[in-house]
Design a protein around this ligand. Structure first.
Ligand SMILES: Nc1ncnc2c1ncn2[C@@H]1O[C@H](COP(=O)(O)OP(=O)(O)O)[C@@H](O)[C@H]1O
Ligand code: SF4
Ligand SMILES: [Mg+2]
Length: 332
Protein backbone atom coordinates (compact mmCIF):
# COMPACT_ATOMS: atom_id res chain seq x y z
CA UNK A 1 0.00 0.00 0.00
CA UNK A 2 1.51 3.34 -1.00
CA UNK A 3 1.40 6.05 1.64
CA UNK A 4 -1.18 4.62 4.06
CA UNK A 5 -3.08 7.03 6.32
CA UNK A 6 -2.39 4.83 9.34
CA UNK A 7 0.57 2.49 9.38
CA UNK A 8 1.16 0.30 12.43
CA UNK A 9 4.53 -1.37 12.00
CA UNK A 10 6.01 -4.21 14.03
CA UNK A 11 4.25 -2.83 17.10
CA UNK A 12 5.01 -4.71 20.30
CA UNK A 13 3.35 -3.76 23.59
CA UNK A 14 3.78 -5.34 27.02
CA UNK A 15 2.08 -4.72 30.35
CA UNK A 16 4.36 -4.76 33.37
CA UNK A 17 2.22 -6.11 36.21
CA UNK A 18 2.83 -7.60 39.66
CA UNK A 19 2.36 -11.05 38.12
CA UNK A 20 4.98 -10.40 35.45
CA UNK A 21 5.17 -9.20 31.87
CA UNK A 22 2.00 -9.63 29.74
CA UNK A 23 3.18 -9.89 26.15
CA UNK A 24 -0.05 -8.37 24.86
CA UNK A 25 0.89 -7.29 21.31
CA UNK A 26 3.56 -9.35 19.61
CA UNK A 27 4.76 -7.26 16.67
CA UNK A 28 1.61 -6.37 14.73
CA UNK A 29 1.35 -4.72 11.29
CA UNK A 30 -1.89 -3.01 10.21
CA UNK A 31 -2.36 -0.41 7.47
CA UNK A 32 -5.38 1.73 6.67
CA UNK A 33 -5.47 3.79 3.46
CA UNK A 34 -7.29 7.10 3.06
CA UNK A 35 -11.04 6.47 2.87
CA UNK A 36 -10.59 2.74 3.46
CA UNK A 37 -12.74 0.69 5.84
CA UNK A 38 -10.77 -1.94 7.73
CA UNK A 39 -12.10 -4.31 10.38
CA UNK A 40 -10.19 -5.98 13.19
CA UNK A 41 -11.77 -9.20 14.46
CA UNK A 42 -10.84 -11.81 17.01
CA UNK A 43 -12.02 -13.28 20.28
CA UNK A 44 -12.24 -11.16 23.42
CA UNK A 45 -8.78 -10.57 24.85
CA UNK A 46 -6.85 -10.90 21.59
CA UNK A 47 -5.64 -7.28 21.67
CA UNK A 48 -8.12 -5.31 19.55
CA UNK A 49 -8.91 -2.54 22.04
CA UNK A 50 -5.32 -2.05 23.17
CA UNK A 51 -4.34 -1.70 19.50
CA UNK A 52 -6.92 1.07 19.07
CA UNK A 53 -5.97 2.77 22.33
CA UNK A 54 -2.28 2.62 21.40
CA UNK A 55 -3.00 4.63 18.25
CA UNK A 56 -4.42 7.45 20.38
CA UNK A 57 -1.90 6.87 23.20
CA UNK A 58 -4.75 6.26 25.64
CA UNK A 59 -3.11 3.44 27.61
CA UNK A 60 -1.63 4.32 30.99
CA UNK A 61 2.11 3.82 31.04
CA UNK A 62 3.00 2.08 33.29
CA UNK A 63 1.73 -0.63 33.15
CA UNK A 64 1.68 -0.42 29.32
CA UNK A 65 5.14 -0.33 27.74
CA UNK A 66 5.96 0.00 24.05
CA UNK A 67 8.69 -2.51 23.34
CA UNK A 68 9.19 -1.81 19.65
CA UNK A 69 7.59 -0.49 16.50
CA UNK A 70 5.99 2.61 15.05
CA UNK A 71 2.46 3.92 14.61
CA UNK A 72 2.56 6.35 11.69
CA UNK A 73 -0.39 8.63 10.96
CA UNK A 74 -0.06 10.84 7.88
CA UNK A 75 3.62 9.94 7.95
CA UNK A 76 4.34 11.01 11.55
CA UNK A 77 5.12 8.50 14.31
CA UNK A 78 2.42 9.02 16.94
CA UNK A 79 4.51 7.19 19.54
CA UNK A 80 7.16 9.90 19.58
CA UNK A 81 5.03 13.05 19.14
CA UNK A 82 4.85 15.45 22.10
CA UNK A 83 1.71 15.07 24.24
CA UNK A 84 0.35 18.45 23.08
CA UNK A 85 0.48 17.31 19.44
CA UNK A 86 -1.27 14.04 20.28
CA UNK A 87 -4.03 15.98 22.04
CA UNK A 88 -4.58 17.99 18.86
CA UNK A 89 -4.77 14.82 16.75
CA UNK A 90 -7.09 13.03 19.19
CA UNK A 91 -10.70 13.88 18.45
CA UNK A 92 -9.81 16.10 15.49
CA UNK A 93 -7.81 14.08 12.94
CA UNK A 94 -8.56 10.73 14.57
CA UNK A 95 -11.86 10.24 16.39
CA UNK A 96 -12.91 7.23 18.41
CA UNK A 97 -16.26 5.79 19.46
CA UNK A 98 -16.73 3.03 22.00
CA UNK A 99 -19.17 0.35 23.06
CA UNK A 100 -20.85 2.24 25.89
CA UNK A 101 -21.77 5.83 24.97
CA UNK A 102 -23.01 6.55 28.50
CA UNK A 103 -19.44 6.31 29.82
CA UNK A 104 -18.45 9.21 27.57
CA UNK A 105 -21.48 11.44 28.09
CA UNK A 106 -21.91 13.55 31.20
CA UNK A 107 -25.36 12.86 32.72
CA UNK A 108 -25.76 16.37 34.17
CA UNK A 109 -25.39 18.30 30.88
CA UNK A 110 -27.61 18.21 27.80
CA UNK A 111 -26.15 16.57 24.70
CA UNK A 112 -26.20 20.02 23.08
CA UNK A 113 -24.09 21.60 25.82
CA UNK A 114 -21.57 18.76 25.50
CA UNK A 115 -21.48 18.89 21.72
CA UNK A 116 -21.04 22.68 21.72
CA UNK A 117 -18.17 22.37 24.22
CA UNK A 118 -16.46 19.82 21.98
CA UNK A 119 -16.92 22.03 18.89
CA UNK A 120 -15.52 25.07 20.72
CA UNK A 121 -12.60 23.10 22.15
CA UNK A 122 -11.65 21.91 18.66
CA UNK A 123 -11.75 25.45 17.39
CA UNK A 124 -9.62 26.72 20.24
CA UNK A 125 -6.90 24.50 18.75
CA UNK A 126 -7.34 26.00 15.26
CA UNK A 127 -6.86 29.46 13.66
CA UNK A 128 -8.70 32.28 15.49
CA UNK A 129 -10.40 33.46 12.26
CA UNK A 130 -12.33 30.17 12.17
CA UNK A 131 -13.72 30.45 15.72
CA UNK A 132 -17.46 30.38 16.21
CA UNK A 133 -19.40 31.97 18.99
CA UNK A 134 -21.64 29.77 21.14
CA UNK A 135 -24.72 30.51 19.06
CA UNK A 136 -23.00 29.50 15.81
CA UNK A 137 -21.50 26.44 17.55
CA UNK A 138 -25.01 25.41 18.55
CA UNK A 139 -26.17 25.71 14.93
CA UNK A 140 -23.25 23.52 13.94
CA UNK A 141 -24.23 21.05 16.69
CA UNK A 142 -27.78 20.84 15.31
CA UNK A 143 -26.38 20.25 11.82
CA UNK A 144 -24.15 17.46 13.16
CA UNK A 145 -27.08 15.82 14.94
CA UNK A 146 -29.00 16.00 11.66
CA UNK A 147 -26.08 14.43 9.82
CA UNK A 148 -26.27 11.42 12.16
CA UNK A 149 -30.02 11.25 11.37
CA UNK A 150 -31.35 12.23 14.80
CA UNK A 151 -34.96 13.22 14.19
CA UNK A 152 -36.01 16.70 15.37
CA UNK A 153 -32.37 17.53 16.08
CA UNK A 154 -33.25 21.14 17.01
CA UNK A 155 -35.41 19.79 19.87
CA UNK A 156 -33.37 16.71 20.81
CA UNK A 157 -30.28 18.83 21.27
CA UNK A 158 -31.70 19.94 24.63
CA UNK A 159 -32.16 16.36 25.88
CA UNK A 160 -30.12 14.87 28.68
CA UNK A 161 -28.33 11.62 27.83
CA UNK A 162 -30.69 9.50 29.97
CA UNK A 163 -33.65 10.77 27.95
CA UNK A 164 -32.24 9.16 24.79
CA UNK A 165 -32.17 5.49 23.77
CA UNK A 166 -28.88 3.59 23.49
CA UNK A 167 -28.92 3.91 19.70
CA UNK A 168 -29.57 7.68 19.87
CA UNK A 169 -26.76 8.13 22.41
CA UNK A 170 -24.37 6.31 20.08
CA UNK A 171 -25.49 8.69 17.30
CA UNK A 172 -24.66 11.64 19.58
CA UNK A 173 -21.17 10.23 20.15
CA UNK A 174 -20.73 9.74 16.41
CA UNK A 175 -21.76 13.40 15.93
CA UNK A 176 -19.12 14.41 18.48
CA UNK A 177 -16.58 12.25 16.69
CA UNK A 178 -17.39 13.99 13.39
CA UNK A 179 -17.21 17.50 14.87
CA UNK A 180 -13.47 17.74 14.32
CA UNK A 181 -13.74 16.57 10.67
CA UNK A 182 -11.50 13.54 11.27
CA UNK A 183 -9.87 11.58 8.46
CA UNK A 184 -9.92 8.39 10.56
CA UNK A 185 -12.69 7.04 12.77
CA UNK A 186 -11.80 4.23 15.15
CA UNK A 187 -14.93 2.38 16.29
CA UNK A 188 -14.40 -0.13 19.11
CA UNK A 189 -17.40 -2.48 19.32
CA UNK A 190 -19.76 0.47 18.65
CA UNK A 191 -22.85 -1.71 18.21
CA UNK A 192 -22.16 -4.53 20.67
CA UNK A 193 -24.46 -3.14 23.40
CA UNK A 194 -27.34 -2.50 20.95
CA UNK A 195 -30.11 -4.81 19.83
CA UNK A 196 -29.90 -6.26 16.34
CA UNK A 197 -32.20 -3.78 14.57
CA UNK A 198 -30.49 -0.73 16.07
CA UNK A 199 -27.10 -2.32 15.38
CA UNK A 200 -27.99 -2.55 11.68
CA UNK A 201 -29.11 1.10 11.64
CA UNK A 202 -25.88 2.32 13.26
CA UNK A 203 -23.77 0.26 10.83
CA UNK A 204 -25.73 1.74 7.93
CA UNK A 205 -25.22 5.23 9.36
CA UNK A 206 -21.44 4.70 9.61
CA UNK A 207 -21.41 3.35 6.04
CA UNK A 208 -23.25 6.49 4.82
CA UNK A 209 -20.88 8.78 6.75
CA UNK A 210 -17.85 7.06 5.22
CA UNK A 211 -19.07 8.30 1.83
CA UNK A 212 -20.28 11.71 2.95
CA UNK A 213 -17.23 12.65 5.03
CA UNK A 214 -14.59 10.62 3.08
CA UNK A 215 -13.73 8.83 6.31
CA UNK A 216 -11.34 5.98 6.79
CA UNK A 217 -12.64 3.59 9.45
CA UNK A 218 -10.92 1.09 11.71
CA UNK A 219 -13.85 -0.96 12.99
CA UNK A 220 -13.19 -3.33 15.88
CA UNK A 221 -15.52 -6.18 16.69
CA UNK A 222 -15.51 -9.70 18.06
CA UNK A 223 -18.24 -10.33 15.46
CA UNK A 224 -17.04 -11.10 11.93
CA UNK A 225 -20.59 -10.52 10.65
CA UNK A 226 -20.60 -6.90 11.90
CA UNK A 227 -17.22 -6.17 10.34
CA UNK A 228 -18.25 -7.77 7.05
CA UNK A 229 -21.21 -5.40 6.68
CA UNK A 230 -19.02 -2.31 6.74
CA UNK A 231 -15.44 -3.16 5.91
CA UNK A 232 -13.65 -3.70 2.63
CA UNK A 233 -10.77 -5.47 4.34
CA UNK A 234 -10.52 -7.62 7.45
CA UNK A 235 -7.59 -8.10 9.82
CA UNK A 236 -7.87 -11.18 12.04
CA UNK A 237 -6.05 -11.08 15.37
CA UNK A 238 -5.22 -13.91 17.73
CA UNK A 239 -3.46 -13.55 21.09
CA UNK A 240 -1.64 -10.34 20.19
CA UNK A 241 -0.76 -11.27 16.59
CA UNK A 242 -2.23 -10.44 13.21
CA UNK A 243 -2.83 -13.89 11.74
CA UNK A 244 -4.63 -12.97 8.51
CA UNK A 245 -5.33 -9.82 6.48
CA UNK A 246 -7.40 -9.89 3.30
CA UNK A 247 -10.31 -8.29 1.42
CA UNK A 248 -13.56 -9.17 3.17
CA UNK A 249 -14.86 -11.40 0.37
CA UNK A 250 -11.56 -13.33 0.37
CA UNK A 251 -11.78 -13.89 4.13
CA UNK A 252 -15.25 -15.40 3.71
CA UNK A 253 -14.61 -17.36 0.52
CA UNK A 254 -10.98 -18.44 0.94
CA UNK A 255 -9.96 -18.17 4.59
CA UNK A 256 -6.40 -19.48 4.88
CA UNK A 257 -5.50 -19.38 8.55
CA UNK A 258 -6.93 -22.24 10.66
CA UNK A 259 -8.04 -19.68 13.29
CA UNK A 260 -9.99 -17.65 10.70
CA UNK A 261 -11.55 -20.87 9.41
CA UNK A 262 -12.70 -21.69 12.93
CA UNK A 263 -14.08 -18.15 13.47
CA UNK A 264 -16.14 -18.55 10.29
CA UNK A 265 -17.45 -21.95 11.38
CA UNK A 266 -18.54 -20.35 14.65
CA UNK A 267 -20.86 -17.86 12.89
CA UNK A 268 -24.39 -19.20 13.24
CA UNK A 269 -26.00 -19.81 9.86
CA UNK A 270 -29.62 -18.89 9.42
CA UNK A 271 -30.69 -22.44 8.59
CA UNK A 272 -28.16 -24.26 10.75
CA UNK A 273 -29.32 -26.86 13.21
CA UNK A 274 -28.50 -25.36 16.59
CA UNK A 275 -27.05 -28.72 17.65
CA UNK A 276 -24.39 -28.38 14.99
CA UNK A 277 -23.13 -24.89 15.70
CA UNK A 278 -19.44 -25.17 16.33
CA UNK A 279 -17.81 -22.80 18.80
CA UNK A 280 -14.07 -22.56 19.04
CA UNK A 281 -12.84 -25.03 21.61
CA UNK A 282 -10.19 -24.07 24.14
CA UNK A 283 -9.42 -20.56 25.29
CA UNK A 284 -6.95 -17.87 24.40
CA UNK A 285 -3.56 -18.35 26.06
CA UNK A 286 -2.26 -16.58 29.12
CA UNK A 287 -0.03 -13.85 27.74
CA UNK A 288 2.20 -13.90 30.83
CA UNK A 289 3.61 -17.10 29.41
CA UNK A 290 2.35 -17.42 25.83
CA UNK A 291 2.85 -20.68 23.93
CA UNK A 292 6.15 -20.70 21.99
CA UNK A 293 6.08 -20.69 18.20
CA UNK A 294 2.59 -20.11 16.84
CA UNK A 295 0.45 -18.88 19.73
CA UNK A 296 -2.52 -20.77 18.24
CA UNK A 297 -0.82 -24.17 18.19
CA UNK A 298 -2.41 -25.61 21.39
CA UNK A 299 -5.85 -25.14 19.76
CA UNK A 300 -5.00 -25.83 16.13
CA UNK A 301 -6.21 -29.03 14.49
CA UNK A 302 -3.52 -28.75 11.82
CA UNK A 303 -0.52 -28.09 14.07
CA UNK A 304 2.80 -29.62 13.01
CA UNK A 305 5.96 -30.06 15.11
CA UNK A 306 7.44 -26.83 13.71
CA UNK A 307 4.43 -24.85 15.00
CA UNK A 308 5.50 -25.20 18.64
CA UNK A 309 9.09 -24.22 17.81
CA UNK A 310 8.93 -21.31 15.37
CA UNK A 311 6.68 -18.28 15.12
CA UNK A 312 5.22 -18.30 11.57
CA UNK A 313 6.19 -15.27 9.49
CA UNK A 314 3.34 -13.24 8.01
CA UNK A 315 3.47 -13.44 4.23
CA UNK A 316 1.39 -13.35 1.05
CA UNK A 317 -0.75 -16.41 0.41
CA UNK A 318 -2.55 -14.83 -2.57
CA UNK A 319 -2.44 -11.35 -4.15
CA UNK A 320 -3.49 -8.82 -1.47
CA UNK A 321 -4.04 -11.65 1.02
CA UNK A 322 -1.61 -12.37 3.84
CA UNK A 323 -1.47 -14.94 6.64
CA UNK A 324 0.92 -16.06 9.35
CA UNK A 325 0.88 -19.86 9.31
CA UNK A 326 3.46 -22.58 8.68
CA UNK A 327 1.01 -24.29 6.30
CA UNK A 328 1.89 -21.56 3.80
CA UNK A 329 5.48 -20.84 4.78
CA UNK A 330 8.59 -21.66 2.84
CA UNK A 331 8.94 -25.37 2.25
CA UNK A 332 5.28 -26.06 3.13
N1 LIG B 1 -3.93 -2.68 32.17
C1 LIG B 1 -3.64 -3.92 31.77
N2 LIG B 1 -2.78 -4.71 32.45
C2 LIG B 1 -2.47 -5.97 32.03
N3 LIG B 1 -2.98 -6.53 30.94
C3 LIG B 1 -3.85 -5.81 30.22
C4 LIG B 1 -4.23 -4.49 30.58
N4 LIG B 1 -5.12 -4.02 29.65
C5 LIG B 1 -5.29 -5.04 28.77
N5 LIG B 1 -4.53 -6.09 29.10
C6 LIG B 1 -4.45 -7.39 28.39
O1 LIG B 1 -4.27 -7.15 27.01
C7 LIG B 1 -4.94 -8.18 26.28
C8 LIG B 1 -5.77 -7.59 25.20
O2 LIG B 1 -6.85 -6.84 25.75
P1 LIG B 1 -7.92 -6.07 24.82
O3 LIG B 1 -7.22 -5.30 23.79
O4 LIG B 1 -8.81 -5.33 25.74
O5 LIG B 1 -8.71 -7.27 24.13
P2 LIG B 1 -9.95 -7.22 23.10
O6 LIG B 1 -9.46 -7.91 21.88
O7 LIG B 1 -11.03 -8.00 23.77
O8 LIG B 1 -10.31 -5.80 22.88
C9 LIG B 1 -5.73 -9.01 27.28
O9 LIG B 1 -5.04 -10.20 27.51
C10 LIG B 1 -5.75 -8.14 28.51
O10 LIG B 1 -5.76 -8.93 29.66
S1 SF4 C 1 1.28 -22.18 12.26
FE1 SF4 C 1 0.76 -24.26 12.76
S2 SF4 C 1 -0.38 -24.15 14.70
FE2 SF4 C 1 -0.29 -22.11 13.83
S3 SF4 C 1 -2.21 -21.94 12.71
FE3 SF4 C 1 -0.67 -22.62 11.24
S4 SF4 C 1 -0.82 -24.86 11.27
FE4 SF4 C 1 -1.88 -24.13 13.08
MG1 LIG D 1 -12.09 -4.80 23.36
Amino acid sequence: MTDPLLDIRDFRLHFDTFDGEHKALDGINIQVARGETVGIVGETGCGKSITAKSVLRLLPSPPARVVSGEIRFQGRDLLTLPEAEIRRIRGIDIAMIFQDPMTYLNPVFTVGQQLVDVILSHQAAGPSADRLNRRAARDKAVALLESVRIPHADVQIDSYPHQLSGGMRQRVLIAMALSGSPSLLIADEPTTALDVTIQAQILQLIADLVDEFHLAVLMISHDLGVVARLCRRVVVMYAGNVVEDAPTAEIFEHPKHPYTQRLLQAIPHLHADVQHLSGITGSIPNLLDPPPGCRFHPRCGQAMPVCARMKPVFGDVAPGHGAACHLYGEGA
